[in-house]
Design a binder for this molecule. Structure first.
Ligand code: 3HC
Length: 292
């Protein structure tokens, strides 16, 4: 199976990142959003990230221009008709994902690979609405996509062997380091990372240390590039809350249950970096821990 044209459904943080790395690796990319505002915001993010990569001398100016020349954008899903691979990076909602793939089944050829960047749903559930479950695979990227080397490649019990192999090779071709994962909620990384992040919140709730000191502790004492609160704000508190709920529902274990403080911050629309406030406030030059 040869991949030449890649469709990316969704141009949020993850979709725009996936589109960037695919285009930088020479693939023709078409990225789709549901409305012009979301599309323009995503494309702006993509351009800023590529410019940063140029500023940091990770790529040449010409690489950026070539990559941008390979990315086409659309509001119309029909334009995915000649894609060899479609990567879904839309909202983390099972029904929305199923509906998207049901539309794509009518649009794409029978040989198109359908990949999901889901962080907490299973590939087999997403594939439920389809007759061709063998073409579904997981390609779970990490934020920021351009910098994080890992891709979890997820094989459901029904994923065709050649679909999995092609997806794995595609991830390698992007310069990523893939790992093979079983199709279970949270795969490898989120299954371990999410309870850790939730435990950090529980530690804060029980007064073990301040936001800054817990962050400093894990950064300096455990070698994490970001402390848990910086990472929570980076990933998004709403996103983490949503993933935790899905995992709690699936496993029924307390360690996956969203702590009260997380729920309160999300209810107050404190989503982290993207909304300007989470565990830190991002209005000044440096993030400042909020009074909780
Ligand atoms: N291309 C584009 N931008 C680049 C870049 C490159 N090659 N290199 C650096 N940059 C950007 C950085 O993203 C950062 O941007 P920002 O200010 O807008 O955040 C800025 O330049 C400064 O970068 P630094 O050089 O200071 O930072 P580092 O490059 O050393 O590290 C980091 C940044 C890679 C984000 C690092 O802190 C890190 O690894 N953090 C942990 C991230 C993590 O754990 N991600 C996984 C989250 S979980 C997930 O995604 C799963 C999901 O399902 C929830």
């Amino acid at each position: 199976m040869t991949i030449q044209k890649v469709g990316v459904a969704g141009c949020g943080i993850m979709g725009s990142g996936i589109a960037q790395v695919a285009a930088l690796s020479g693939y023709d990319v078409i990225v789709r959003e549901v409305n012009k505002t979301l599309l323009d915001t995503g494309l702006d993010k993509l351009k800023i990230s590529l410019s940063k990569a140029v500023d940091k001398e990770k790529i040449a100016q010409q690489d950026m221009e070539d990559a941008l020349g390979r990315i086409h954008d659309t509001l119309n899903l029909e334009e995915f008709s000649d894609c060899d691979l479609v990567i879904e990076a839309i909202v983390e909602d099972l029904d929305a994902k199923k509906e998207l793939f049901a539309s794509l089944e009518d649009i794409c050829s029978g040989s198109t690979i359908f990949a999901s960047n889901t962080s907490s749903l299973t590939i087999s559930k997403i594939a439920e609405s389809s007759d061709k479950t063998g073409r579904f695979v997981g390609l779970h990227f990490f934020n920021p996509v351009i910098q994080m080397p890992l891709v979890e490649v997820v094989k459901s019990s029904e994923t065709d062997e050649d679909v999995f192999d092609t997806a794995y090779e595609f991830a390698e071709d992007l310069g990523k380091k893939p790992i093979a994962c079983k199709d279970e909620t949270g795969f490898v990384v989120n299954r371990l990372l999410v309870p850790f992040l939730l435990d950090a919140i529980r530690s804060l709730e029980s007064g073990i240390a301040s936001i800054t000191d817990i962050d400093k502790g894990m950064h300096l004492g455990a070698g994490h590039p970001m402390g848990p609160f910086t990472l929570l704000d980076y990933v998004g508190l709403d996103t983490t809350h949503h993933i935790a709920n899905i995992m709690y529902e699936e496993f029924g274990e307390e360690r996956f249950a969203p702590p009260k403080l997380l729920t309160k911050l999300v209810e107050n629309e404190m989503y982290g970096k993207k909304s300007g406030r989470g565990f830190y406030e991002y209005t000044g030059e440096k993030p400042v821990p909020v009074e909780l």
